[in-house]
Design a binder for this molecule. Structure first.
Ligand SMILES: CC(C)(COP(=O)(O)OP(=O)(O)OC[C@H]1O[C@@H](n2cnc3c(N)ncnc32)[C@H](O)[C@@H]1OP(=O)(O)O)[C@@H](O)C(=O)NCCC(=O)NCCS
Length: 252
């Protein structure tokens, strides 16, 4: 026979266990709700291009993965979309904030890339309190017919649509917005889009040594020095040695 007090004790234990699991589920759901809510407002306004313009996070499986973006610290009204002609002046300004003159894109190069491979060139925008939209981040890329970037592949006319090698030529976040995980967000979104749309087999990039860690965290592998780009006769290598880094893309 089980005494009344034992039964009462068991009931209490069961009650608190149920309450504990209920609260645990609720807190997780609140986190998931916040995340879904956040992701759903990062959508783009113009869908004219081949690559999907919505951020998707299929390769992010756990709350820990999502936590890397530190969502609560990100600016609220941000969106990512391919560049349009109307963005060119702002884009050139952003390039000038990100790179010294010998490393940055010319107006002609920007115009060429936006006209010929808009899907490979993505902008990160924020809507300010006054309602105006400001460009705060960029990725500019082309497809190239070699495994690694060369001085020639950066030139106007060198985008090779049929190639499966995506070359990122620049990644910039506006200085006022740096250190908030926005480059990571923009790059993760880019890698995801390029993978899901089977745009290419790999992404290649050239970097100076201080950015190895930044790209390694995104899954890039550090390779050799880039002899072509490190040409001593070119101003492009004036600010330090360039290294190749690659990221293989996976099909979903
Ligand atoms: C490099 C750049 C794009 C980073 O932008 P950001 O939004 O500040 O970067 P994030 O906040 O997303 O940083 C993500 C991670 O990379 C690290 N990181 C960012 N910039 C770094 C740098 N310059 N050196 C070393 N690590 C860096 C961050 O510490 C962070 O790691 P953590 O989570 O362990 O702290 C930005 O500094 C920039 O525009 N620089 C000028 C242009 C440039 O050099 N572009 C890259 C070559 S194409």
């Amino acid at each position: 026979m089980v005494s009344a007090s034992t039964t009462f004790h068991r009931l209490c234990v069961n009650f608190f266990l149920i309450l504990f699991f209920f609260l645990l589920t609720l807190s997780k759901n609140t986190q998931i709700y916040k995340t879904i809510n956040y992701l759903s407002h990062i959508a783009t306004t113009t869908p004219p291009n081949k690559v999907t313009t919505f951020i998707t996070y299929n390769n992010i499986n756990t709350m820990e993965d999502i936590a890397q973006f530190n969502i609560s610290k990100l600016p609220k009204k941000i969106s990512i979309r391919p560049f349009l002609k109307k963005d060119i002046d702002e884009l050139l300004h952003l390039e000038s904030l990100g790179f010294p003159s010998e490393e940055r894109c010319s107006r002609e190069t920007v115009e060429y890339r936006i006209a010929n491979c808009p899907d490979l060139c993505q902008g990160l925008f924020v809507k300010n309190d006054d309602g105006n939209t400001q460009l705060i981040g960029e990725i500019m890329a082309t497809k190239i017919d070699s495994e690694f970037i060369t001085l020639n592949t950066m030139e106007i006319g060198q985008h090779k649509e049929s190639s499966d090698v995506i070359a990122i030529h620049s990644v910039v976040i506006h200085p006022d917005y740096q250190g908030q995980n926005l480059a990571r967000l923009l790059m993760t979104d880019y890698i995801q889009k390029m993978s899901q749309q089977s745009v290419g087999r790999k992404i290649t990039i050239i970097v100076h040594e201080h950015l190895f860690k930044f790209y390694e965290k995104l899954g890039f592998v550090k390779l050799n020095e880039n002899d072509d780009v490190n040409d001593p006769n070119s101003d492009f290598s004036k600010n330090g040695v360039w290294y190749n880094m690659d990221k293989e893309l996976v099909d979903f």
